[in-house]
Design a protein around this ligand. Sequence first.
Ligand code: URA
Length: 236
Amino acid sequence: MLETLYFLGIAERRTASDIGPKFDGNQAVELPMIAPPPSLAGLRAQAAGCRACPLWKDATQIVFGEGPAHAQIMLMGEQPGDREDLAGKPFVGPAGQMLDRALKEAGIDRKKVYVTNAVKHFKFVPRGKIRLHQKPNTPEIRACRQWYERELATINPALVVAMGSTAAQSVFGKITPINKSRGHLIDMKDGRKALVTVHPSYLLRLPDQDSRAREYERFVDDLKIAATQLQRDKAA
Ligand code: URA
């Protein structure tokens, strides 16, 4: 709601530094007032200057979504990791390799899907030479949702696949339990379908080989639902 008011120029505009530690994601913050962009390239350029939450300060750069401008499927992860932050591209690190493998097995060509994240700057804490991933909080997810909304409006995918709890929170606008919601198509109010599954990093974190193999198969099965939907849309 606030995002809509803000987008229409009705909401009050303040900078993240005006708000400082009191930032809770409910304030509208400063971005240039802009008409809806004509293209994905235009959106990407606008997003590069995003200051809607404080995460831009420590990140190397924004990691915007990537893929065909009119992809039928949008895949959403949580936020860029260390490798993605440096490369400026989503899902190029270990989670990306896991995702690529599973997509291939499900019969989905990654080059044909749009891949993005709920939060587009890397959130981390430094630990010596390492940057330790931190889960984005609700205010950060809300602040970044405007970019997802604009990606949706521009790309107009028939299906959005939310991978993990942060993506599901962004797609549904509320905390959404993965296990209850995963594995079936969900009708959205805007006529699109959504599919919830786990995040590929979850598979990397599983401690034993058996559970990793089992959960990987379930992940592939979920992606096969997306593949089937894609075939149906093509045939229609
Ligand atoms: N994890 C994510 O959620 N997104 C990426 O781009 C990489 C890792």
